[in-house]
Design a binder for this molecule. Structure first.
Ligand SMILES: Cc1cc2nc3c(=O)[nH]c(=O)nc-3n(C[C@H](O)[C@H](O)[C@H](O)COP(=O)(O)OP(=O)(O)OC[C@H]3O[C@@H](n4cnc5c(N)ncnc54)[C@H](O)[C@@H]3O)c2cc1C
Length: 369
């Protein structure tokens, strides 16, 4: 492996997965995260079938299945919860499901620490300079370090991206805001569901034996932050007119429901995601809207492919060129198809058109990485 010492900037799904892969290759890894408490935000996360495969390759599948939920396929329903269509998981996969974000964080961060990664919290990287003998990173705590590889895994608003690619596009609001909460899972809700044909797209994913995660996509101008009291009324209003399970969940929303609201932002970065010895992974390189529920999967796959590319190359340059070659088109497909589905949702396109693009994209993602 042409790397002895690596820096990972950002301890989200992409950064933690990268640290795990690099440590398994025997590389010394420093991981920094700007959050002193190393927290995770949001409610649950849908695990599409390729994401489940990536978790298996990363060696965390059993832990994920123990804490999360695995079912089969997606049930597409009308606003009253009547089933219209089933989208099957590709036959080569063992299912799809969901997990609470804090649970996934616990599993990944536990592995990162157990594998001997040097984790430093409350720290950012303020400068990156390429030298003959390595890349020098200057940290916000005044320290510096010299590395053979720097991995920018610092998410949508990546400062590594700003430092290394000052001309990269910036995230833009896509016209949709997503509302999420966790609710109790009735036993018969045993797989992912979409509810189409209403004024908003609503979906749910079981995230454990007892809980599920609900989201609603609102088409709206980017608004001011919403107070907790307003959030209850507005979330209920968004689900107005829905019957079945969504109607029951709506009626159960109270000020105790932890509602998470987030405007969706993305961009498509068409150039290479590496320069010198610095490479971007996860949302830093290819931030996606959640229509294909594949952002986490792409982040974990980036880590796996980076590890494979490093194992079979004699220089960092060659490894990063191989990495880019294997990741570029696949990640662009996720970003662009997710944005396209978002546009179909906003224009009120027929449900069949939306679900067909989901099914076609899942076929593409079923290909080996
Ligand atoms: C509303 C919504 C719903 C989603 N739902 C799903 C889903 O159901 N399934 C799915 O697969 N994907 C989903 N995604 C996408 C998924 O959440 C992301 O693709 C994934 O979390 C990306 O991980 P990441 O590690 O690249 O970035 P992040 O999770 O953003 O992690 C970045 C980390 O870097 C740290 N950091 C940031 N800046 C700095 C800095 N300057 N220095 C040091 N550290 C820094 C942060 O503290 C954070 O820990 C969703 C996305 C959104 C917006």
């Amino acid at each position: 492996v042409p790397v002895e010492r690596a820096l990972v900037v950002g301890g989200g799904i992409a950064g933690m997965s990268t640290a795990i892969v690099l440590r398994k290759l025997g590389i010394d890894v420093d991981l920094i995260d700007r959050d002193p408490a190393w927290r995770t935000y949001g409610a649950g996360i849908t695990i599409s079938s390729p994401t489940l495969r990536a978790f298996e390759q990363l060696g965390i599948l059993e832990d994920v299945l123990r804490s999360g939920y695995s079912g089969h396929g997606i049930r597409v329903c009308d606003v009253d919860g009547n089933a219209l269509r089933e989208i099957a998981d590709p036959p080569s996969f063992r299912g799809s499901g969901g997990i609470l974000r804090p649970e996934l964080h616990r599993i990944l961060s536990g592995k990162v620490v157990d594998l001997g990664t040097e984790v430093r919290l409350g720290v950012t990287c303020d400068a990156i300079a390429e030298r003959e003998d390595g890349t020098v990173a200057t940290f916000s705590d005044g320290r510096t370090g010299t590395y053979d590889l720097v991995v920018g895994a610092d998410g949508l608003y990546s400062s590594t991206r700003r430092l290394v690619f000052p001309d990269a596009p910036v995230p833009e609001y896509t016209g949709q805001t997503v509302w999420r909460l966790i609710a109790e899972r009735p036993e018969d809700v045993d797989r992912r569901h979409f509810f189409l044909g209403g004024p908003t797209k609503v979906g749910l994913s079981p995230v454990s034996e007892s809980l599920l995660y609900v989201f609603a996509l609102e088409t709206c101008e980017r608004g001011a932050p919403i107070s907790e009291a307003d959030a209850v009324d507005r979330f209920r209003a968004l689900l107005d007119g829905y019957g079945g399970i969504i109607g029951k969940i709506r009626d159960g929303i109270t000020s105790e429901s932890s509602i998470v609201v987030r405007p969706l932002e993305a961009f498509s970065f068409s150039g290479a995601w590496f320069r010198g010895r610095t490479v971007l992974v996860g949302d830093a390189a290819h931030p996606t809207t959640p229509q294909l529920a594949s952002g986490a999967g792409m982040a974990v796959e980036d880590a796996i492919v980076l590890g494979q590319a490093l194992s079979s190359a004699s220089t960092v340059d060659d490894a990063l060129a191989t990495f880019m070659h294997r990741r570029g088109l696949r990640c662009r497909t996720v970003v662009e198809n997710s944005l396209h589905i978002g546009r179909l949702e906003q224009s009120g396109a027929p449900s069949a058109e939306q679900t067909q693009l989901v099914a076609d994209s899942l076929e593409i993602l079923a290909q080996p990485i």
